[in-house]
Ligand binder design. Structure first.
Ligand code: PLP
Length: 380
């Protein structure tokens, strides 16, 4: 079945008693036991809640995993996954990583004995060059934030399986609609569901899918022990968002393609990073493995003054963090989303004082282009 259909049907079969078409919000902390030593399958909402489970099961189906897990944010999901490791363990990590993930690794988990090497994970030799006897995992973003480099998951999975490493893929920018990491060799996929999955900039949530039942048991143990679970109301909102994943992604990608091509030839734009452009370094690789190029665009304006002009003079496109929702958003990674990346690394990567990141929404493409044009060309 096509994933767009599967997504629409999440939770549909849940309430057999009334036949409700959407899963109810089970707003309860606890569940009555039918008898001594008996359970309905639900005991306490940290351990399991029917609305959350409808989301977790649905996501596992979309990603072809054995099990899904929902957390109170994408960061909570990533933090829970790091509990799979022990002091002394080393992880190889994508270098242009979301700044919050970098902060979690360097400022928190490094205090508990984990170490991280940042490499360009779209370069296979950089990964093999970083291997240490203590390496236990490779953590990649399938499409990186903000520079949109694409990871060759099957090639990375080969390295991982020959060295006994876990492969964890943050697939936030692509979603299972475009690419399923578990099918391409990852052991675990993780998502900021706040973004495309929930899709409406109205809830913060995180999702994980796992390929192997034994590994899934460990992840569940940590989810239940730590308790950073997604509440029933937010689980319901995430399900509702997921139902329109296919239609939103198609529209957002169509808009992004038009906008990227318009920006690419504008005299006040110095450089465009968008994998749908034929000159993008990973265009062909991504065309092979992914059903589309996503709807994120990073671009450099011709001078630093244009940064503020674009951020403040766009009327339809909001200057705000986050991405993936129906509303278009623009941000300045150097100062906002990626401020926690060490300045030398930022400079080497190209996250500089003229780089902007645009999350393209579902508005009319002509309106978005007109908004960018009036802001870019506002002063002579
Ligand atoms: C690629 C990526 N991973 C993880 C996160 C963290 O997710 P959340 O903000 O839901 O905690 C983000 C947030 O921007 C992100 O862009």
């Amino acid at each position: 079945m096509n994933i767009a259909t599967q997504a629409v049907h999440i939770g549909l079969e849940w309430d057999t008693r009334t036949g409700a078409v959407t899963v109810p919000v089970y707003q309860t902390a606890t569940f009555r036991h039918p008898g001594l030593g008996q359970s309905t399958g639900y005991d306490y909402s940290r351990s399991g809640n029917p609305t959350r489970q409808a989301l977790e099961d649905g996501m596992a189906r979309l990603d072809h995993g054995v099990r899904g897990f929902a957390y109170s944010s994408g960061m909570a999901a990533i933090a829970n996954l790091l509990l799979l490791f022990k002091p002394g363990d080393h992880l190889i990590v994508t270098e242009d990583l979301y700044g919050g993930t970098c902060r979690l690794f360097d400022k928190i988990f490094s205090q508990y004995g984990l170490s991280f090497s940042y490499v360009d994970t779209s370069d296979i030799s950089a990964i093999t060059g970083a291997l240490l006897p203590s390496t236990k995992a490779v953590f990649v973003e399938t499409l990186t934030n903000p520079l949109l480099k694409f990871a060759d998951l099957p090639a990375i999975a080969d390295i991982c399986s020959s060295n006994g490493l876990l492969l964890i893929a943050d697939n936030t920018f692509l979603t299972p609609y475009l690419l399923r990491p578990l099918e391409l060799g990852a052991d675990i996929a993780v998502y900021s569901a706040t973004k495309y999955l929930a899709g409406h900039n109205d809830t913060v949530s995180g999702l994980v899918t796992v390929k192997d039942p034994e590994l899934a048991e460990k992840v569940y143990f940590h989810q239940n022990s730590v308790g950073a679970v997604l509440g029933p109301q937010d689980s319901w909102l995430t399900i509702r968002g997921l139902k329109t994943l296919g239609i939103r992604m198609d529209r957002q990608m169509e808009n992004a393609d038009r906008i990227a091509r318009w920006l690419d030839v504008h005299p006040r734009i110095a450089r465009v990073y968008y994998p749908g452009l034929e000159e993008h370094r990973d265009h062909l690789l991504m065309a092979h493995y992914s059903r589309g190029f996503g709807a994120m665009i990073a671009f450099e304006v011709a001078s630093p003054e244009l940064v503020e002009q674009l951020l403040l003079k766009t009327a339809l496109i909001s200057f705000a963090e986050s991405l993936g929702g129906v509303e278009s958003l623009i941000t300045f990674p150097e100062v906002q989303t990626h401020a926690d990346i060490p300045p030398e690394l930022r400079a080497r990567l190209g996250i500089n004082n003229v780089l902007l990141r645009l999350s393209v929404g579902i508005e009319d493409a002509d309106d978005l282009i007109e908004d960018l044009r009036q802001a870019l060309e506002a002063t002579a």
